[in-house]
Design a protein around this ligand. Structure first.
Ligand SMILES: [Zn+2]
Length: 60
């Protein structure tokens, strides 16, 4: 038997689960050490790699 209300609730739950409250690194999927600045969605480690790729240079 299909319970439309229950099905809807389940769908809503799924939607909630999919909606990330926490952001994950789009490169490695890690959510630790995330950089939320600039909406880059990368963790610190990947940011370092991407930064170099994107042309950010460290001047020392
Ligand atoms: Zn990463």
């Amino acid at each position: 038997m299909i319970n439309p209300l229950k099905a809807k609730m389940k769908a809503e739950q799924k939607k909630r689960d999919l909606a990330p409250t926490q952001q994950y690194c789009k490169n490695c999927g890690n959510n630790k050490g995330m950089i939320h600045r600039y909406n880059i969605n990368l963790c610190r480690r990947c940011f370092k790699e991407f930064a170099e790729m994107m042309g950010f240079k460290k001047y020392s």
